[in-house]
Design a protein around this ligand. Sequence first.
Ligand code: HEC
Length: 89
Amino acid sequence: MAAPAPVFKSQAIELPADAAVFPDGPNVKVVTRNCLACHSADMVLDQPLFPRATWAAEVTKMRNVYKAPVSDADAALIVDYLAATHSPP
Ligand code: HEC
């Protein structure tokens, strides 16, 4: 005799407010498209305010060490976003 098919019910869940989105800023769509495949936005947002050169090195590290598939053009736009939104004044 076949077992009855399991019944799945969807549940409403509440995600923490700091979930997986980047705050608005220049090129935010490019950042969202390239930087959320492997970790949440918090991995970036929880970092200290870094100067542009540090962000450029960080994006290079994501590409070279972790093989993030980011084009040269997108990498430049992402560094612009990070320098504009997450750098010391
Ligand atoms: C291919 C996967 C992948 C993609 C795509 C990716 N990352 Fe990462 N990222 C990682 C891994 C793996 C770590 C290290 C995680 C850990 O230490 O637990 C990391 C960590 C980080 C950290 C923490 C500091 C550090 O160096 O460990 C920052 C900041 C960061 N990523 C920024 C970015 C940005 C900006 C993008 C978009 C350009 C991006 N990541 C896209 C894999 C990726």
